[in-house]
Design a protein around this ligand. Structure first.
Ligand SMILES: Nc1ncnc2c1ncn2[C@@H]1O[C@H](COP(=O)(O)OP(=O)(O)O)[C@@H](O)[C@H]1O
Ligand SMILES: [Mg+2]
Length: 264
């Protein structure tokens, strides 16, 4: 894939905690790309540097973290060199995140509809917000009447759908999904993954999917990067990696998912 078809091109990214002899290289020279309309997965065990890689893209990393090198090219610009105003603009309008715990992303005292409207107010002035909320809820297959519900009145799966609706409110080009189904029951996980696949096709979203679970990449991801201890140890098309993993660590991660065990 040539550079022009990539929405995101992360080059040699490093992120450190601490200094000198106490330095922790949470991300250690990581490179990956996401093509337009492509779904790319970062897979690795807990602590391998997936979230820090994903948060570095928009410099949403913790205060204690230091981006020690690399480039994050998005739309032809290096995100790491941007001023704060420009960064904030891109965060709100062109790159959206969804996280593991939908509940913490919502304010308990406001209705879902109100919170989606607020996101629209920030990023898309002058549109008919009520009808846009309805459109977004329909897009994630929720009944429009849920606009008047409060977060605690919804199931985990419904809330994650709301989270996705809110993430889509600004019509992002890139959706970063950090363990979006980890907190959900297995059947609900499947539904959310199906929804993400559908949205990728329908809205033309590019998705960076982050997971510790190889089981969820097979249906959704076009390509996979396997991360271990802050480094990419293997990359390839999903089929290539699932059919013929090269690295012992990749095999180990795959073995942890029973239904992906090699056929006899
Ligand atoms: N707030 C923090 N303070 C110090 N070290 C951290 C902090 N957050 C993460 N780390 C370090 O960064 C590494 C990678 O973290 P992270 O990207 O969150 O992993 P993953 O998302 O793959 O589970 C961790 O193993 C840890 O060493
Ligand atoms: Mg993480």
């Amino acid at each position: 894939m040539d550079d022009h078809s990539n929405i995101l091109d992360v080059k040699n990214l490093s992120l450190h905690f601490g200094r000198d002899d106490a330095v922790v290289k949470a991300v250690d020279g990581v490179s990956f790309t996401v093509g337009r309309g492509e779904t790319v997965a970062l897979v690795g065990e807990s602590g391998s540097g997936k979230s820090m890689s994903a948060l570095s893209i928009t410099k949403l990393t913790p205060r204690a973290a230091r981006i020690a090198g690399g480039q994050v090219i998005f739309g032809g610009e290096d995100m790491l060199l941007m001023n704060d105003a420009r960064l904030r603009h891109i965060r709100g309008s062109r790159i959206s995140y969804i996280f593991q715990e939908p509940m913490v992303s919502f304010n308990p005292v406001f209705t879902i509809g109100w919170q989606i409207e607020e996101a629209l107010m920030l990023h898309r002035r002058g549109i008919d917000r009520k009808s846009e909320v309805a459109r977004l809820l329909e897009l994630v297959h929720l009944p429009v009447r849920l606009a008047s519900a409060f977060p605690h009145q919804m199931s985990g799966g419904q809330l994650q759908r709301c989270m996705i609706a809110m993430a889509l409110a600004c019509s992002p080009e890139l959706l970063v999904a950090d363990e979006p189904t980890t907190a959900l029951d297995v059947t609900v996980q499947r539904e959310i993954l199906n929804l993400l696949a559908e949205l990728r096709d329908k809205v033309g979203l590019s998705v960076l999917m982050i997971t510790h679970n190889f089981g969820i990449v097979s249906d959704l991801a076009d390509r996979v990067y396997v991360m271990q201890k802050g480094k990419v140890v293997e990359e390839g098309s999903t089929r290539q990696i699932l059919d013929d993993p090269q690295h012992a660590y990749t095999k180990q991660l795959m073995a942890a998912v029973p239904r992906l065990n090699p056929k006899k």
